[in-house]
Design a protein around this ligand. Structure first.
Ligand SMILES: *Cc1c(COP(=O)(O)O)cnc(C)c1O
Length: 226
């Protein structure tokens, strides 16, 4: 019934392992995230049963409608643009937020995490191409934002996320990897650069080449969104 999804998954896993063999070290771990926007929960559960154990959610309302039907064995990350007033709806159902790009949002995640007595892991989204159409902090302001957020007690910054420009994508992946590697050597307190989240259906092989360790794939797994 889901044979095209199976075929897609097989090809993607193969391509990731091939890129890893070519460009990365043996002990690097590259995780495949299934991005679920517009996808019915039964298809999502099929990919979970096929061994994908990481889901990426974009839309708060859609996630709330589907989450009770999901197989509970997968980890759920929030990857979409997040409004401050919606954090409360998802804070208890996700274990990593990829799209934190301003202090007000971080402060609200921290406040709710304090209330729930939990530590929330986050990534900072970087607008690496400085495009008006995209969310994310400008690269020039990244370090400032990292330092401001790093003092919030119930947040842990685990790394960076980006969606690069369509043109010159490889240049921007390389640039992100440079920033990521540089921040790793800086050892800012409460900031660890473990996760570099980049690469989607059309560019994940290039992202793996340039240091990504979570690739976020939607249409490449499930087919084109309607
Ligand atoms: C939709 C989306 C993806 C996946 O995009 P595809 O091109 O369908 O693979 C990845 N990351 C984010 C933030 C998205 O919104």
């Amino acid at each position: 019934m889901y044979s095209s999804i199976s075929e897609n998954l097989k090809a993607i896993k193969f391509n990731i392992s091939e890129a890893k063999a070519k460009y990365r070290s043996d002990d690097d771990v590259i995780r495949l995230m299934a991005v679920t926007k517009t996808v019915p929960y039964d298809k999502v559960n099929f990919v979970i049963s096929s061994g994908v154990c990481l889901l990426g959610e974009n839309r708060v309302q859609e996630f709330l409608d589907k989450k009770e039907f999901y197989d509970k064995s997968a980890e759920i990350n929030f990857i979409g643009h997040l409004q401050t007033n919606k954090v409360k709806y998802i804070i208890d159902s996700v274990n990593l937020m990829h799209s934190v790009d301003n202090l007000k949002l971080a402060a609200e995640i921290n406040r709710l995490s304090v209330n729930s007595d939990k530590i929330m892991d986050i990534l900072i989204e970087v607008n690496i191409g400085n495009e008006d159409s995209k969310s994310g902090v400008h690269p020039d302001k990244l370090e400032w934002l990292l330092r401001e957020i790093s003092v919030l007690p119930n947040l842990r910054i685990k790394g960076l996320m980006t969606i690069p420009p369509i043109e010159n994508t490889e240049y921007y992946f390389d640039k992100m990897n440079g920033i990521f590697t540089d921040l790793k050597t800086q050892k800012i307190e409460n900031v660890s650069m473990d996760i570099l989240s980049m690469g989607m259906s059309n560019d994940y092989v290039l992202a793996v080449k340039h240091g990504s360790n979570i690739v976020r794939i939607g249409s490449g797994i499930f087919g084109a969104r309607k």
